[in-house]
Design a protein around this ligand. Structure first.
Ligand SMILES: [Zn+2]
Length: 318
């Protein structure tokens, strides 16, 4: 067997950076954008590193370190480039033929003959942690990838079954959310929602104007020579207040700043605002449920394709 050259760029594209961080460094990124810097040379006290899903990298804004999936493996294992390439191909069951110069068949990506799903997709169909054998107590258990390498048909059946269950649940949820949304809408005529939206927008506009007015007043107060003595007090209030809104209200009280006229709503208008917000909430629930449903449909399609691919591959072999 000769010297194998790896296509690191392609490997980096085939493993989501979040999955690499989770598997090799035990970083639980979830959907968060910022995490603590994964560099061992940086004792990061706050999340200074951002995850860029589009470029599939993690970049620290404090020390400047940039992590690709391969860099994650090299850092975590203290190994070189070739070993890291091999690790990602094996651990993520990538189709090695697509990433090595020998036998390279011109096609790229995990869809060809490798494991079809990412860690996040496994999580979406209820196989949480199924790709990583690392548990909190350090014990190792067989993973779905181990199963895939041992007995592909069994692993596919497992994926298929889990995906079917999730699909049913997601469909039921999307249907329930859809019903709730349409019921709510049907409760009143179109004109009702139209005016409810207008009242809510007007109320929100006035509220924002009030906050802006307060902010301007505090700003000019801080800048004025007379106000300087009180700046320390303002800073104290800022520290003690959880939110900016609360802070502004406290400053207004403390320094006797008169509140601008606020809009008052009649009982009926208040009710309309509340129903409008509930309708917005129901619409958001529906959108979220549909997103989840579409995601699981895509996963189902990927599993189906992987099964077909394998059959085609079998046919070619015989
Ligand atoms: Zn850093």
């Amino acid at each position: 067997m000769g010297f194998i050259r790896y296509y690191g760029g392609e490997i980096n594209k085939s493993v989501p950076i979040r999955d690499a961080l989770s598997l090799y460094m035990g970083v639980r990124c979830g959907n968060r954008k910022y995490i603590r810097c994964p560099s061992p040379d940086h004792d990061d006290k706050r999340p200074s590193a951002a995850i860029y899903d589009n470029n599939n990298i993690c970049k620290c804004y404090s020390c400047g370190a940039v992590f690709t999936p391969l860099k994650v493996v090299m850092t975590a294992k203290g190994c070189g480039y070739r070993e890291a390439c091999r690790a990602l191909i094996d651990d993520f069951a990538l189709d090695g033929r697509c990433f090595e110069e020998q036998g390279r068949n011109g096609k790229k990506g995990r869809e060809e003959n490798g494991f079809p799903l990412t860690v996040s997709e496994l999580r979406d169909i209820g196989l949480c942690g199924a790709m990583s054998s690392r548990t909190d107590d350090g014990a190792c258990s067989p993973t779905i990838l181990d199963a895939w390498k041992e007995d592909r048909t069994y692993a596919e059946e497992l994926l298929d079954g889990k995906c079917g269950e999730s699909l049913k649940n997601a469909e039921a949820l999307a249907e329930a959310c859809g019903r709730q949304m349409t019921d709510m809408y049907a409760m009143h005529g179109e004109a009702y929602w139209d005016s409810a939206e207008k009242i809510y927008d007007a109320w929100k506009g006035c509220r924002n104007a009030y906050i802006t007015e307060l902010r301007n007043r505090v700003g000019s107060f801080e800048r004025s020579p007379d106000g300087r003595a009180n700046v320390d007090r303002i800073v104290d209030i800022k520290r003690a207040s959880a939110s900016e809104e609360k802070m502004l209200e406290r400053i207004a009280d403390e320094f006797g700043i008169e509140k601008p006229q606020r809009i008052t709503l009649s009982q009926k208008q208040q009710e309309k605002c509340v129903s409008f917000l509930l309708l917005c909430g129901a619409a958001e629930d529906l959108a979220r449920a549909s997103d989840g449903l579409n995601r699981i449909r895509e996963i189902s399609e990927k599993i189906r394709k992987a099964k077909t691919k394998e059959k085609e591959y079998d046919c070619l072999q015989h």
